[in-house]
Structure formats: structure tokens, C-alpha cells
Ligand binder design. Structure first.
Ligand code: SF4
Length: 106
């Protein structure tokens, strides 16, 4: 019984990891830059660690937000995320939760 539970937990952990990796592959800062050529060259995150912009659940967003704060295309980036309903990561200095609140006027 314990062995079965262990295998189920292991499979669940593997699935969660695969999902996280899929998100990173599909929604990356590179993707952000690739879809927004007019401001890509001025994005501060293009010269930083993309992982900081897609922290694991519960992970710190402080470093990414600090970089965004000084980014000259912050407004364009945030608008892009809102228009494209980006669900993951830090965009324009805001987390997904902050963007959701903003979108729903809370
Ligand atoms: S606001 Fe942040 S996420 Fe957006 S382009 Fe600038 S540094 Fe990158």
C-alpha cells in the first residue's frame, strides 16, 4: 500500500514538474521579446536571467520586479500581457495575481 502511494506521489510530482517546464518553454521572456519586436531591444529582462521572471509557485518575485521598475518599456510590456491574457510570470512589474486584480478592477 505504501509503495503504491509513494508511486502515485512520485507520478504527481513528475507531472507537476513537466507542467512547469512546459510553461517555461511556451511562455518565456524570449517569447515575450519575439512577439513584441518594437520594444524588444529596450527590454531590461533581455539581459537577465529569465527564470527570475517565472518563479516557481511561492517563489520570490522581488528581483524581477526590481528590474522591471527601471525598464523603459514597462508600460508596453504590461499592456501586452493584459491584451494577450498572459497567465504566468512577471510582466511590466506585475505578477499574474496583480494583473488579474487590475483587469477586474479590484
Ligand atoms: S517591464 Fe520587466 S518583464 Fe517587461 S520588458 Fe521590462 S524588464 Fe522585461
Amino acid at each position: 500500500m505504501a509503495d503504491t502511494l509513494f508511486r502515485a506521489a512520485e507520478a504527481e510530482a513528475e507531472a507537476a514538474l513537466a507542467e512547469r517546464n512546459r510553461v517555461h518553454e511556451n511562455v518565456s521572456v524570449a517569447d515575450l521579446l519575439g512577439n513584441a519586436p518594437e520594444w524588444q531591444e529596450r527590454a531590461h529582462c533581455s539581459q537577465t536571467d529569465p527564470e527570475a521572471f517565472f518563479p516557481e509557485k511561492g517563489g520570490s518575485t522581488r528581483m524581477a520586479k526590481r528590474i522591471c521598475k527601471r525598464c523603459e518599456v514597462k508600460d508596453e510590456c504590461l499592456e501586452y500581457a493584459l491584451v494577450h491574457d498572459e497567465r504566468f510570470g512577471i510582466w511590466g512589474g506585475m505578477s499574474e495575481r496583480e494583473r488579474r486584480k487590475m483587469k477586474h478592477g479590484m
